[in-house]
Design a protein. Structure first.
Length: 447
């Protein structure tokens, strides 16, 4: 029993020694030299608030208050470096883990890190002097020019050569989880999200998002993208490249998406409800992310059921030919056609609207400045009155759209009303006026 008591006492003395000895070792004298060396290596000012050795729970170096860059492009609350003591006498010293807490990086810091990552390391023979097994981030945030990501936690395991072996990234609210596993020169991606909004682009709300794909240092092929959102589903694939500028292409199938809350995220001026079915194919090639929207090309058939187009009343415009007020809303059973967007200009062709007594077809163009142009032909069945196709010029903006009868239609309606009276006379006159206008080429002119 004596040897057991002696061993326990010896262990206690050892623990106390490990905890107390670092208190008598000051690293403050080394701090200016470390700041100087780090500033020279990074070619930007580096400041450290404090350095100290800590004995428990394992001997480690703690650094607090790190700032990189004149404007604090990279800020770190604290860094804890825990060495593998068994390798201190080896050719390669091993650091078991580097724990980084409260990391904050802005756009300039991101550019700085990217430049360092792209730099070619000095090639020297022999084993590396230091090897890191794992890097852990806690409460990290990344702030880009117009948006940000985080706070999040990350755990990155490294190979003996210093390359990433695996990575796990989780937002602190638990809504997004990203897993990256290398396979050869590629990285397998597995992304899962619930109740999540992406940090860039329109603030879409994903009830559930599942992404699987493969990435390299130059591109990513997201071969399976599946989402539940706005009462419907989206499934497809996307390819992204960033070696020279930014390239994007993909194709999707959209089923039953409710547009009420979705459309305003892309076009606040447009008020449209209904359930959308579409098969969009898109591509873009831009110098950077800011130019991506203007470079986007998109093409898709579409079909919207049981909805309302707010801001314009097609039926009123087709039946109140003498007035110039088309404000209101168009309730429809089905609205379908073909949508194409090329560098900001949007074209809606083969447009068809069906709603009870109303049917319409035509083409509409939306310019980059949101102005409207085009023509639709509307037919309204009103009891015993014969339906007449009334051509309407589309103008105005997305915020204030207008549908007005063509000049020939208005003139014919006025003459018909004067001769035959309202109702039948207006309908017949409008039909004759529209026919005459088309006969003499007026119907081909863009209003």
């Amino acid at each position: 029993m004596k040897w057991l008591k002696f061993s326990a006492l010896l262990l206690l003395i050892l623990i106390i020694s490990v905890a107390i000895i670092p208190l008598f070792i000051s690293l403050e004298d080394y701090r200016p030299e470390i700041e100087k060396k780090a500033s020279e290596a990074l070619k930007t000012p580096v400041r450290l608030k404090s350095l100290k050795l800590v004995g428990l729970p394992l001997p480690h170096l703690a650094v607090t208050g790190i700032e990189v860059g004149k404007g604090g492009d990279i800020k770190v609350g604290s860094v804890t470096v825990t060495p593998d003591l068994s390798t201190l006498l080896s050719d390669t010293r091993v650091i078991s883990s580097i724990n980084i807490e409260d990391l904050a990086v802005n756009q300039a810091g991101i550019d700085r890190v990217a430049a360092l990552a792209g730099a070619q390391p000095d090639k020297k023979g022999g084993p590396p002097a230091v090897r890191v097994r794992e890097i852990r981030l806690s409460n990290a945030t990344v702030k880009m020019q117009k948006t940000g990501f985080g706070p999040f936690d990350a755990r990155i395991a490294l190979t003996s050569a210093g390359a990433p072996d695996s990575a796990r990234i989780t937002t602190r609210d638990g809504k997004l989880n990203i897993t990256v596993d290398p396979t050869g020169k590629n990285f397998n991606l597995d992304i899962q999200a619930k109740g999540w909004r992406p940090p860039v682009g329109p603030p879409l709300l994903f009830d559930e998002l599942l992404i699987k794909g493969v990435a390299t240092l130059n591109d990513a092929n997201l071969s399976s993208v599946s989402a539940r959102m706005y009462g419907g589903s989206v499934n497809g694939k996307t390819a992204i490249g960033w070696q020279k500028g930014l390239q994007l292409k993909g194709d999707y199938t959209v089923n039953g998406i409710e547009l009420r809350d979705l459309v305003p995220l892309f076009s606040p001026e447009t008020k449209l409800t209904g359930r959308l079915t579409a098969k969009p194919v898109f591509s873009a090639n831009a110098a950077n992310a800011d130019q991506l929207k203007n470079a986007m090309k998109l093409d898709t058939p579409f079909d919207i059921r049981d909805g309302v187009l707010h801001g314009i009343d097609i039926q009123k415009a087709a039946t109140s030919l003498i007035t110039k007020d088309s404000s209101g809303q168009t309730r429809f059973d089905a609205l379908s056609g073909h949508f194409a967007m090329d560098r900001g200009t949007q074209h809606i062709s083969n447009l068809k609207v069906v709603s009870g007594s109303l049917s319409a077809d035509g083409n509409v163009t939306i310019a980059p400045n949101k102005s409207l142009s085009g023509r639709i032909n509307a037919e309204v069945k009103a009891g015993s009155v014969a339906a007449a196709s009334v051509p309407l010029n589309i103008s105005g903006t997305l915020d204030e759209p207008r549908a007005l009868p063509t000049g020939g239609t208005v003139t014919g309606a006025a003459v018909g009303t004067a001769i035959l009276g309202p109702g039948v006379g207006t309908s017949v006159g409008a039909k004759v006026g529209g026919w005459a206008e088309s006969l003499f080429g007026g119907g081909d002119k863009k209003k």
